[in-house]
Design a protein. Structure first.
Length: 127
């Protein structure tokens, strides 16, 4: 009676390793872009929740964002890239940008980021 072999061949193991390396490469390249995005969102959230900008002008908001940018060290957007509006007497700070992440050779990944101090605006802005 002939026994059937089970398991992966060397080619199968190689293909799985190639896929794992490719996934790890993408993860290592994309993670800094998302960390920067979360730092920007955190800066805007802390600016709006702290109350330091109540009754402030657009220039005050931009200066506060510049301070947060210097502390958190993000460069994707600057104070001039913020869209600052008033909605019902409350400041709403929005932003949108795209980040190009080079993967290898001439292949890049483009990620669109958008956020707002008003969550309903962030979704509309990303569309």
């Amino acid at each position: 009676m002939q026994r059937r072999q089970r398991g992966m061949s060397a080619i199968g193991i190689f293909m799985v390793l190639v896929l794992l390396v490719f996934a790890a490469l993408i993860g290592m390249r994309v993670t800094p872009a998302y960390l920067e995005y979360f730092a920007i969102k955190k800066a805007i959230a802390s600016m709006t929740q702290s109350g330091e900008l109540r009754g402030g002008t657009v220039a005050d908001v931009r200066k506060a964002f510049d301070r947060h940018q210097a502390i958190d060290d993000f460069t994707a957007i600057g104070p001039q890239d913020l869209e600052i509006t008033k909605d019902g007497g409350e400041l709403v700070i929005s932003f949108a940008y795209e980040k190009r992440v080079p993967l290898f050779y001439n292949i890049s990944l483009i990620i669109d980021f958008a956020g707002s101090s008003d969550p309903s605006r962030a979704k509309r802005r990303a569309d």
